[in-house]
Design a protein around this ligand. Structure first.
Ligand code: UDP
Length: 267
């Protein structure tokens, strides 16, 4: 198991002091373009450790309160971008607003686009059988010249880790997208990243392969703008009710209770 480095609460690996903390999880105060410039700089640098990107959402923050290893993992990533309106709202209440929502799927697409210019190779790991392959075809259509060297559905079960790491290393990939859902994908990366020396950029992407492959629909832009994505997901996948409840009801309550008790401690 990887030894997690000490939490990088205030500074990211590039030294900027632009992190805020929500329920002990750091978030980088970047718009899409700024966050992406860090990724580009890292891709250009030939001798660096993998740059680990996470997109913590309200459910992940709740999970991190129960799971110390997950919390430490999210505190040790190189870039945490806010993929969720609940996180943006929390940052506003804290008086230190994050500038915009940067969705995991959009950020993944930006990295894919840039990989063409950089000649970087991509590995797609996770999702149901056949989905990563379908996502590969779509990405090849969208970004001519993209090099997706391999896809593997796999499983986040630790028993399969050695085999998956060998596949990734043999593929020669520089960029690894992992779609096992949170927290499995981040925990998988925390355990295995040190055994993937060629990977320069990695990111847990949740359901992004499903969206790109077209087997799951994204909420229309107007719903995203009105922060109603949760409603669209509920209609599409009623079985997500508990997860949506956690994100829209439980998270705000936990956040506000925490804020109140911190304020009381200050007096
Ligand atoms: N997934 C997987 N293996 C697992 C659990 C999930 O490959 O053991 C995949 C699942 O098929 C989906 C992705 O992980 O493609 C994440 O799905 P989820 O709905 O949790 O994503 P999110 O809500 O984060 O977008």
């Amino acid at each position: 198991m990887t030894t997690l480095s000490s939490p990088k609460k205030d500074k990211n690996r590039f030294g900027s002091s632009t992190r805020i903390s929500i329920l002990d999880i750091p978030f980088d105060k970047f718009i899409h373009k700024e966050a992406f410039s860090l990724v580009k700089a890292h891709l250009k640098n030939p001798n660096t450790k993998a740059f680990f990107i996470a997109t913590p959402n309200p459910e992940m923050l709740l999970e991190a309160r129960k799971n110390e290893y997950f919390k430490k993992t999210l505190q040790s990533t190189d870039l945490n971008i806010a993929d969720g309106s609940g996180i943006l709202l929390a940052s506003k209440i804290l008086g230190n607003p994050l500038p915009e929502r940067v969705t995991g799927v959009d950020f993944m697409l930006s990295i894919c686009r840039e990989s063409v210019n950089m000649g970087a190779k991509i590995f797609l790991l996770g999702a149901q059988e056949g989905i990563a392959e379908k996502a590969k075809e779509k990405l090849e259509g969208q970004f001519p010249g993209i090099s997706i060297v391999s896809t593997y559905s796999g499983s986040p079960d630790p028993i399969n880790e050695q085999k998956i790491c060998s596949l990734i290393n043999e593929s020669g990939a520089d960029i690894l997208f992992v779609a096992f859902g949170a927290p499995k994908q981040e925990l998988w990366l925390a355990r295995n990243l040190e055994n993937l020396p060629k990977i320069k950029i990695t990111m847990g992407v949740g359901g992004a392969f499903d969206f790109i492959a077209g087997v799951r629909k994204r909420a229309p832009v107007w719903m995203r703008k009105l922060w109603l994505e949760w409603l669209f997901r509920l209609i599409q996948e009623p079985k997500r009710l508990k997860r949506i409840f956690n994100a829209t009801v439980k998270f705000p309550l936990v956040f506000l209770r925490n804020l109140y008790s911190n304020k009381r401690k200050q007096f």
